[in-house]
Structure formats: C-alpha cells, structure tokens
Design a protein around this ligand. Structure first.
Ligand SMILES: [Ca+2]
Length: 331
C-alpha cells in the first residue's frame, strides 16, 4: 500500500512537473519572440488571413484572397517627428521636399518656381458649397517635415506627431538607417486587422469617430472635430488594435513597398506576396512610380475617401509627400 501510494505521489509529481513545464514553456516561447523585436516594435505572429474586400464601390480592393505571411516585427506607431529628427541629426539627410525641383522633370518652370516645397491641405474658402476635385491641395514653397504648413510653421509641440511630407525615398532612407524595411501591403494589412477576420475596420464592423483620427463633417468644407483633432494627432491617441498597434486607421497614410495597380494582382494562396512588378494608376497615367499607401488619414471622411479600413488602398506618386502621408516600418 505504502509503496503503491509512493508511486501515485511520484506519478502525480511527474504530472505536476510536466504540466508546469508545458504551462511555462508556451509563454516563454512567446516572450522570447516578443523580446526579439526592439522595444518600439510589436511581434506579429505569422498566419493566414483574408486580404482585400468585395466592395463594389472600391474596385481596387477586390477580390478577397487567402494570404499567408511569416512572423515579423512592426512599429507600434507611425514614425514621429522626434524619431525622424534623430535620423536627420545623425545623417544630415535632406528630404525630397527640401530639395529644389529638378530641371529635367520640370523644364518649363523657372528657377524661382523650382524652389523646394510640398503639397499642403487647405480647406476651401468659407461659404463655398462646391469646389473642383483635389483643389484643396496647394503647393506651398518651404513646406516640408520641419515646416508642415510652410516656412512660417514649425513642429514645436509636435514631437509625438507622425512625421509628414515624406516621399517614398525618404521613408526608404530612414528605414536603411534604422535597419528596418517598409512593410509589404500584405504585412501592413495583416497587422492592421489585429487578428480579426474580414472585419470592415481595425476594431470591428461599426464605424466610430472615437476609434481613429479621421474627418468628421462634410469634407473638405467643415470638420466638427468630434474626435478632438483637426490635423494630425499625437501617435497612440486612439485605442490600439488587437495586436497593440496604433493609428493603422487614420492619422496619416502610410507607405508600403508594393507598387500600385488598380487591379490588385491575385495574391490568392501566396506566402509573403510582394505585389506587382511595376506601378500604374490610370488616374496618373504619366507616373509609373506609384506605390500603395494604406490606412487613410485625418482627411478621410465618411463622404470622401473613407479609406480608414484595412482593405482600403490608394496610389501615391513616389516623389510626393503632403501633409497627410507618413510611414511605419517592419523587420
Ligand atoms: Ca495611419
């Protein structure tokens, strides 16, 4: 009896030890994976997801594909002015918006007209009820990441805001310096979905002005600021998604490394798809250098753009930053 009892106790102990091992091994493995990402990044476990949407009003999002991505680390928030400042201080890098326009690309412009600048959003004059499409974008001399609204503006008090007026090559230069890369469209969308499957938004299926920095009111005429912000918001001002990532909807658009085509190349059953071999958007027929940007911005409203959804995508000319385009990186 005593011996048998001893055996039982031994077996029980073994079971307890084994379950201990099991219980503690799993979190350890996860913790190790999380630790392999730098502290400003989040570990995204690889897996399958349904990429794209079947919406008829956004044909470029079609169709829904089963896509697989490997595990990766991604910045928890958009790259901020403070982070970008460190890069510029160390390297002396000059962004595209800070360089004069090239004579080759703009032979008809005078030297004065080719002075550096960038596109700044300006709402139409009060009282107007109709304005031409895209007329809210103004070329402002002296506008760049350090002077978002022109030479007279600055980024004092905006160190935690996303850096803007970032062209594709600026993002790539920063990524090289940081030892990271721009995400592929598939990585970006997988991360944005936060573990949810086929949901409209990063948080679920219901639109909410409190969940992301978007435009409330009728774009471009008035913004009720129901979400508290007219322009960019400090990163992480809104709740994170299921992976603990901030502002994948709204705030600023984010560059991806994929070339843009309206008809998205089928990515069905692909692992780590890289997108098409070249870019083309019929809206910008003379510009073949168009990349996919994701997430929408503070200028996206229910009546215009409404691309604060993981499936949404837009084309952007590589050399054009503007007040509402930034980025985040992966590794
Ligand atoms: Ca964003």
């Amino acid at each position: 009896m005593f011996l048998a009892g001893k055996k039982v106790i031994k077996s029980l102990l073994l079971i307890i030890i084994l379950s201990w091992t099991v219980e503690f091994n799993v979190p350890n493995a996860l913790a190790e994976n999380s630790l392999s990402c730098p502290k400003e990044m989040v570990y995204i476990p690889g897996g399958n997801f349904r990429m794209g949407s079947e919406r008829n009003d956004f044909l470029e999002e079609r169709a829904v594909d089963d896509v697989t991505v490997d595990s990766f680390c991604i910045d928890s928030h958009e790259v901020t002015n403070e982070e970008f400042s460190r890069f510029v201080e160390e390297t002396g890098y000059l962004t595209v918006a800070e360089r004069p326009l090239s004579k080759e690309q703009f032979p008809d412009l005078s030297e004065a007209e080719r002075k550096p600048g960038s596109l700044v959003f300006q709402p139409p004059e009060k009282g107007l009820k109709e304005v031409p499409y895209l007329s809210w974008w103004h070329w402002v001399r002296g506008a760049n990441w350090q002077h978002p609204y022109g030479a007279d503006s600055n980024i004092e008090g905006l160190k935690n805001h996303p850096v803007v007026h970032i062209a594709y090559e600026d993002a790539v230069a920063y990524a090289r310096w940081a030892g990271k890369q721009l995400p592929t469209e598939a990585q970006w969308e997988y991360a944005a979905r936060g573990g949810l499957q086929e949901q409209e938004y990063t948080w679920g299926n219901e639109y909410s002005a409190q969940k992301a920095n978007t435009w409330q009111g009728i774009f471009p005429f008035f913004n009720t600021k129901k979400d508290g912000y007219l322009g960019t918001a400090p990163v992480a001002s809104f709740p994170p998604n299921g992976y603990g990532l901030y502002d994948l909807a709204g705030n600023v658009w984010e560059w991806t490394q994929d070339w843009y085509q309206v008809e998205r190349k089928s990515m069905a059953h692909q692992k780590n798809p890289q997108g098409p071999n070249q870019g083309y958007d019929p809206k910008k027929p003379n510009d073949k250098l168009v990349h996919v940007i994701k997430g929408g911005s503070h200028l996206c409203a229910p009546n215009y753009c409404s691309r604060y959804r993981p499936a949404a995508r837009e084309s952007q000319s590589s050399d054009t930053g503007t007040t509402h385009i930034g980025f985040r990186l992966v590794m």
